[in-house]
Design a protein around this ligand. Sequence first.
Ligand SMILES: Nc1nc2c(ncn2[C@@H]2O[C@H](COP(=O)(O)OP(=O)(O)OP(=O)(O)O)[C@@H](O)[C@H]2O)c(=O)[nH]1
Length: 443
Amino acid sequence: MVMEKLGDSLQGALKKLIGAGRIDERTVNEVVKDIQRALLQADVNVKLVMGMSQRIKERAMKEDPPAGMNPREHVIRIVYQELMEIIGKGAEIHLKPQTIMMVGLQGSGKTTSTAKLARYFQRKGLKAGVIAADTFRPGAYHQLKTLCEKLNVAFYGEENNPDAVEITRNGLKALEKYDIKIVDTAGRHALEADLIEEMERINAVAKPNHKFMVLDAGIGQQASQQAHAFNDSVGITGVIITKLDGTAKGGGALSAVSETKAPIAFIGVGETPEDFEKFEADRFISRLLGMGDLKSLMEKAEETLSEEDVNVEALMQGRFTLKDMYKQLEAMNKMGPLKQIMSMLPLGMGGMGGVKLSDETFQATSDKMKNYKIIMDSMTEEEMTDPKLIGGSRIKRISRGSGCSPEEVRELLKYHKTMQTALKGFRGGKFNIQKMMKKRLGM
Ligand SMILES: Nc1nc2c(ncn2[C@@H]2O[C@H](COP(=O)(O)OP(=O)(O)OP(=O)(O)O)[C@@H](O)[C@H]2O)c(=O)[nH]1
């Protein structure tokens, strides 16, 4: 659904690689030409497209495929990496209490995105409320109020008060107990002096953690000018690109924004509240290229474990946070089937101490590990660093956000504690999990 046409064309181009007996210069040139055409049709800047094409050609012919990767996968990997270069990594959004200010030109989809954003956080288990500080457009108050009512999101507004700064101040007080407070500000036809002044005053009162600029994808490459202009005046921290579902120019907006300092945070892909996604460049590109498994393909190139993956020293100091545990789970995924790893770990470390277990048990454990990661995705940065903070109400919130039961959240916390205690027991010893795993796996 997102940018279907560009996706279809890119996928068509890559199909040529599958049909080709071997990857020679002619095949690479043909594929690159098709990719060029697809990106230009999606309005991506000519210079960007030409630079990218040149790099794909050079790299595909010069670089050797990493071990374990065939030439076809190698070319796809290069295309993926080069697309990542022109689209950018995307903004980091933390699931923690914060205030967000929305800015943008009139009609960009700001009010709709305000409600969608509140909904996004709410689904992650955080309590979200919005403040209607757009006192310029007469219909904005009711539009936001109705949207919020539908979504069950808290709303604060003062219908007859023209003072947006005062409304913001009162709204922040009224929504004090809410984790997420989103301030919808007024839009204008152009970035005029009075709009800038109002934004600056709201900014001073709200002290937002994020300032998101909302931008209509239909403006294509002009997105760059708008993003620069707003960035220069209020300093935006992220961009929300709306209406990507209804334009052929989406590639232009996406690539133009990434070249400004503000990364893309969310994308709007339709009118309903669900048509809103956190922008994850790697997933977005994988989808464009029609390849769900691109991530694992990328990981294939990084087969050896880095020291950072298994930082034994830090663990041995007893500094084993949930973040470390998350990394451990990811490192385990990288190392191959859980079955192999589980059988190598000593009992106290969540392993089986060499005891053989049935396939069902391993499957159940593997599913549990996946759940643990989902649960941790719904935790805040603070909770991941200091799990002691997670009490009853937070467990409920995490459970709602992750779609797992409170018992599962508690189980995860218990599992973490067991691991932590076991690791403390190894402190000072010569135990090296990384070496041991590598040896057993014959790496
Ligand atoms: N198809 C589609 N329509 C969208 C999307 N986001 C917003 N819209 C529509 O765009 C129109 C304008 O959106 P608003 O949210 O009212 O615009 P606004 O920026 O708040 O306007 P001002 O308050 O005047 O600044 C509405 O009809 C929305 O339904 C999107 O991602 N896709």
